[in-house]
Design a binder for this molecule. Structure first.
Ligand SMILES: *Cc1c(COP(=O)(O)O)cnc(C)c1O
Length: 369
């Protein structure tokens, strides 16, 4: 059988290096509960992102839920439906009501011009997503939040390592959440983080991820278990050494995609954001079926028949999920809806070769020759 190309593939550091990294864990018998590796990774991330506090958690989803709890959000939260299930599920699981704001057709992030009309006396926060690593209009969002006294929590799961005008993406908002899931640009197998800018919130998140314990005899809040363990942290320490290399490898593929799809009928791609140092996390293409001559689903099937796996990321938009029907009002978001029906995310990972990327483009563009 011919070699298949997956949509993503986890980065693996050299095995010897991981073994070296975990050797001290064997010696110490300290496997979890904020050991040495946990400390080393959070220190390294603080330095890399030039931020004061990085709380490490078991995964990105729990990082989101814990962030919401730490800020004591109530009532309604304005968010985007064009995201991975986790963002909206975290809001709902926290007992909050999601209010869906449509996205900008240019970069697919929350459209700031549509936020204010959704604010009510019950609104407590805005939860935007730097989707595909496209950085939200953080200035406009901050302005609105300040004006109305709202918290801002960014889902930055796609944006690790990025900067805007020299400022690390983790610096924006009250809190930012990162996912270090195996498929993300930087991973700790499973894992996540919340970037905080104040020690009180950091201490609160640290307690909440450990059953609400401030110390063994002092339990002040209702917390669960969302601690990152030492083996996860050790994987993160290894992968951090290869971050630049992994991003560069992705960049080379993205350059092929950009060159090949630029100006092609029926295919649109995101513009590069000015002033942004990208991490090249995802490469979405948007298929206009009328012009392209086939729809997104047909293109996905065609590629699959040639051994190339793509992903309808994100379809459906989260405000179309069955589990929310009848639970609360689901604001219509026509831009997000149409995009979710036309978008296809192409294979992109460190180690995907230029030749493979060219082959993927050849197949997609075949009929256009
Ligand atoms: C991956 C992801 C999450 C959840 O992170 P996990 O580490 O998988 O729990 C949340 N939001 C977005 C946008 C994601 O892509």
């Amino acid at each position: 059988m011919k070699k298949q190309i997956p949509v993503t593939r986890s980065f693996m550091p050299p095995m010897e290096e991981y073994i070296q990294e975990i050797a001290p864990i064997w010696d110490s018998h300290w496997l979890t509960n904020m050991g040495i590796k946990h400390r080393e990774l959070s220190d390294a991330l603080c330095k890399l992102m030039r931020v004061e506090y990085v709380a490490l958690l078991a995964n990105g989803h729990m990082a989101l839920e814990t962030a919401f709890q730490a800020l004591q959000l109530t009532g309604e939260v304005i968010t985007t439906p064009f995201t991975f299930a986790s963002t909206t599920q975290a809001i709902v699981r926290s007992g909050l009501t999601p209010v869906f704001c449509d996205i900008s057709p240019d970069d697919f992030t929350m459209d700031p011009a549509k936020i204010e009309e959704l604010i009510t006396p019950r609104t407590s926060a805005i939860v935007p997503v730097h989707v595909y690593g496209n950085i939200c209009n953080v200035d406009a969002i901050e302005k609105i939040a300040k004006k109305h006294g709202l918290k801002v929590i960014y889902d930055a799961a796609h944006a690790f390592g990025e900067e805007k005008d020299g400022i690390n993406v983790g610096s924006f908002g009250d809190l930012s959440m990162f996912s270090f899931h195996a498929t993300k640009v930087f991973h700790t197998i499973e894992g996540g983080a919340v970037i905080c800018h104040d020690s009180q919130i950091f201490d609160r998140i640290s307690a909440l991820k450990n059953f609400g314990q401030c110390s063994p005899e002092n339990v002040q809040e209702i917390g669960g278990n969302a601690k990152m363990n030492e083996f996860q942290a050790a994987m993160g320490l290894c992968n951090l050494r290869y971050l630049d290399e992994a991003i560069f490898s992705r960049k080379e593929v993205v350059e092929v995609y950009r060159r090949r799809f630029n100006g092609k009928d029926g295919i649109s791609i995101c513009r590069e954001q000015s002033g942004v140092k990208s991490n090249y996390a995802y490469f979405p293409i948007v298929i206009d079926p009328g012009q392209f001559g086939m729809d997104r689903d047909q293109l996905q099937e065609k590629l699959q028949s040639r051994g190339i796996f793509t992903r309808k990321y994100f379809y459906p938009a989260t405000n179309q999920f069955k589990c929310y029907q009848g639970m609360f009002e689901l604001q219509p978001t026509p831009v997000a809806k149409e995009l979710s029906e036309q978008v296809l995310v192409l294979p992109l990972y460190a180690g995907l070769t230029i030749g493979e990327a060219e082959k993927i483009c050849d197949i997609i563009l075949e009929k256009n020759k």
